[in-house]
Design a protein around this ligand. Structure first.
Ligand SMILES: C[S@@+](CC[C@H](N)C(=O)[O-])C[C@H]1O[C@@H](n2cnc3c(N)ncnc32)[C@H](O)[C@@H]1O
Length: 271
């Protein structure tokens, strides 16, 4: 998966700060939906006319794309500027510096758009987050952790397998804590999310398309095993490997195609 492929979310986030599905022709899988009338429209032109149209269409496409991308980039940079951080620049899997077996399952680093995560957290049926732990599996440079810190969680945990990203996150948390004048309740773990022992207690797990279906199946089983009678929510943005959450163990409480929210059912309510 390329960095730009994972980057579709930013386009959506900037196109709409409300928490609605993308209105463009880009499907949640990132593939373009083909207009059924396209072939018919093309047949109306000779080859010469079609060739003459290429630069015109290219010009329009570039202008439209660059406008959206510019707004996405500006929103990302504004987030960093406010706190003096580095969370915006994407990194390909090759640049993550791990070279381990998990690379084959990993997505590149792209930060979640602040409006998307804020809207998802606000949509949870929770009035008070103080009993809750927020856990970002695949936490990258720590942007989601800093957004979660706005919501009053008891504890905030990031798990990231790339040492390069983990170390950037450590610096970002120190800077953000200094700017806010207090240490943030944020713990950073360097390691594979598939091997991370999910803690008991009320929790919100955050996933921004971090890895493929193989790791996701392992992670979902770990979350289920730790759920017990605690309140357990999963916010899954760009949910490309959502099958493990579409079982009787989970209830879908929101889904706009780009961000889905699941709640673990207690074992006694699963019949
Ligand atoms: C799309 S980025 C999301 C970053 C962050 N959650 C955010 O929203 O800003 C996905 C992250 O998952 C990390 N990742 C991929 N596979 C992982 C694994 N097995 N364990 C932990 N982190 C992983 C990548 O290095 C990358 O930082």
């Amino acid at each position: 998966m390329s960095v730009s492929d994972q980057g579709h979310p930013s386009l959506h986030e900037v196109a709409s700060t409300s928490h609605t599905a993308p209105s463009s022709s880009v499907s949640p899988s990132g593939r373009e939906a083909r207009s059924p009338s396209l072939l018919r429209r093309l047949r109306r032109h000779s080859l010469r006319e079609l060739l003459a149209l290429v630069p015109v269409n290219l010009h329009h496409a570039v202008r439209r794309l660059s406008g959206r991308q510019r707004r996405a980039r500006d929103a990302d940079r504004a987030f960093d500027r406010t706190l003096g951080l580095d969370t915006s620049a994407p990194l390909s899997v090759g640049a993550l510096g791990t070279g381990g077996a998990a690379d084959a399952h990993a997505s590149p680093y792209v930060p979640v758009g602040a409006p998307t995560l804020r809207a998802a957290l606000a949509a949870l049926p929770v009035e008070d987050f103080t009993p809750f732990t927020f856990i970002d599996l695949g936490s990258g440079k720590g942007r989601a952790l800093l957004i979660a810190a706005e919501f009053g969680f008891r504890e905030i945990v990031g798990v990231e397998y790339s040492l390069v990203l983990h170390e950037i996150a450590v610096k970002n948390m120190a800077i953000a804590g200094g700017t806010r004048g207090q240490a943030l309740p944020i713990l950073l773990h360097h390691g594979d999310a598939g091997a991370y022992a999910i803690p008991s207690g009320d929790k919100v797990i955050f996933l921004f398309n971090p890895f493929d279906g193989e790791i996701m199946a392992r992670v979902a089983a770990n979350i289920e095993a730790a759920a017990g009678d605690a309140r357990t929510f999963v916010i899954y943005v760009n949910p490309r490997n959502r099958t493990p959450f579409e079982t009787a163990a989970w209830e879908t409480i929101a889904d706009d195609g780009y961000a889905a929210i699941y709640r673990a059912r207690e074992a006694s309510r699963m019949t």
